[in-house]
Design a protein around this ligand. Sequence first.
Ligand code: AMP
Length: 606
Amino acid sequence: MSTSVESFADLGLSESLLKTLSEIGYETPSPIQAQCIPILLDGHDILGMAQTGTGKTAAFALPLMEQIDIKVAKPQALILTPTRELAIQVAEALQSYAKNLPGFHVLPIYGGQSYTIQLKQLARGAHVIVGTPGRVMDHLERKTLNLDNLRTMVLDEADEMLRMGFIDDVEWILERTPEQHQTALFSATMPEQIRRVAQKYLVEPREIKIKSATATVAAIRQVYWQVSGMHKLDALTRILEVEDDFDAAIIFVRTKTATVELADKLNARGYAAAALNGDLNQQMRERVIEQLKSGALDIVIATDVAARGIDVPRVSHVVNYDIPYDTEAYVHRIGRTGRAGRNGNAILFVAPREIRMLRTIERATRQPIAPLTLPSRADVTNKRVADFKAKVAEVLNAEGLEFFANIVSQIAEEQNVGAEEVAAALAMMAQEGKPLQIAGEDPRPAPAPRDSRPGVFGEREQRKPRFEDRGERSERPRFEDRPPRSERPPRPAPAGDMVRYRIDVGREHGVEVRDIVGAIANEAGIESRFIGRIGLYEESSTVELPGGMPAEAANALKRTRIRGVPINLRIDEGRPGGSFGGERKFGGGERKFDGERSFKKKNFDR
Ligand code: AMP
C-alpha cells in the first residue's frame, strides 16, 4: 500500500464511524482516504485528482458525515454528480456509512425521476442531497430545495460534468450556495475549465493527487476480464479451471467481510480456500500461509494489508477480484506470483466504470494488460476431459492393474458387452458428482471497453435504482399523474433508425448544443455518442435520437427543462421553424463532431 496510515482511527474519525467501518469490513484507509479525511475534518477545501475505484466516495463522505447535525433535518451537504447512476451509488454509500447514525437521511435527486416523489422526499427533510446538476438547479429555482444550512459541497467527477455540458449549471449552483461552506472537488483529470472553477469557488484548496508511481513488473502474464454477463464468482471458477499452469492462487478483495464470504463460496465449490485478513492474529495468519505453502490450501483470499510480503513460490496466480485502489497496490499484489524464477499470472477483474483505472495501471507498469476471453463451456469440458484422460493414463502405468483387468473381463462376459462399455460405466462412476460437462449458458462476450457502458438507453434499461425501490413502494405514479393521451410521448419508432425530434428551446434561450446533449444524456439515460445531429435555431431546436426509445425515457424527456425552459419533446414533422442557426453533428452515426471525444481518447484514456 502506498500510505503509511494503517488505520482509520489515526485519521480523527469518531468512534461511531470507526465502528461502522469495521462492521462493513473496511480494514485500512485507501491512500486517497488517508490523505483527504484529516484535511476535510480540519475544514479545508480540497481539489482531488482521483478516479473511480480509489475509494474517493468514502474520502469525502466520512468527514462530511461527521459534520452533520442530525437534529436539523435540512440539507447540510450537497453532492453533485454527473449521472443519476452515480448519484444513487453515492447515496447508497452514505446510507451504508450511516449504519450507526439513527435518523440520518440522504436523498438522491436526479433527472428522469418523478417530481412528485422528489418534492415529497424533499419536504420530509434530508441531511444530505446527492443530485445531478440539472435537477438540483430546477429544485433551487422552484425553491423546493433550500441550501441555507449548507456546510459541505462536493463536486464528484467534475470532468465528467464538464464533458456532459453541465459545468454552467454547476457554476450556477455554486453561485447560489451560502458563503460559508467547505468545498471538495474531485476529478479524474484536471482540464483547464475545472481548474478555473476550482480557482473561483474553492478557498485555498489543498491539492490531493494519488501518486501513480511507474514500476516495472517482472515477467508476469497480465490479463483482465471485463465484468459482464456473468457473476464474478462463476467467472473466477471457470478461469481457474482452465488456466494451464494453475497451482495456487491469492485472490485480492477489498474488505475483510469479502475475504470470508468468497472463501466460504469457494469451499462450497470444492476448492481448498481460506480467508486472510486483519482480523486474524499473527499465529493464525502464519498458519494460513504455511498451509498454502504445503498444498493443504490452494487458494487464499486476502486484503492488501494481510497479504503484504507473502512469499510462496507455488502461487501461480494472483487474481484482482476487486480492482486495487492504485497502481502501487496493484504492483504489490501481483508481486505475490512469479516468485523464485517461476512463471506468474495476474488476472484483473474490471467493472465497466473502472476501465480508466485499468489504463492507469497499464501506463504505470508500462505493460499492456490483454483482455481475457472467458472460457466457454466447451473449453471447460475439454479441459476436464483432458485432465481425466491424463489421470487414466497415469493409472494405466500403475502396478496391480491385472487384478482389475480380470474383473472387467468378467463383467464384459457376464453382461455380454464389450470392454469399452464396461470402461464407460466405470468412468461414469468415477466422475459421479464431478461432471465433465458444465450446465448453463455461455455468457455473451463482453463488449470492447469503449463500448462497455450501458446501451443506447442504457442506465434506464440496466438498473432500476435500488434506492428508489427502498421505501418508495407506495409512491408508484398514480393514475391522475399520467398525462392525457394527447400529451403522451411520441409513439416509438423502429429500433435502429434515427428519429428527429423537435424541442422548444433555442438560441434565444441561451441554449448551446452541449446543453441539449447533457440534458438528454442525463434525463433519458442516452449516452452522448448515440445522440445524432442537433439543429440549433432561434426559438427551437431539433435533435436526432435512436428509434425505439422506451416510453419511460420519452416521458422523462417530455418533462425535461433546459435552462429552465420546458423542452416539450415531440417528433419533428416538418422543416425547422425560426431562422436557421446552423446544424452540428454531435455524436452518433457518422461521428463528425467528435472532437472532444477524439481528444479524450488520445490524451486521457491511455
Ligand atoms: P469508490 O472509488 O469510492 O467508487 O470506491 C470503490 C469501492 O471501494 C467501493 O465498493 C467501496 O465500498 C470500496 N471501498 C472504499 N474504501 C474502502 C476501504 N477503505 N476498504 C475497503 N473497501 C473500500
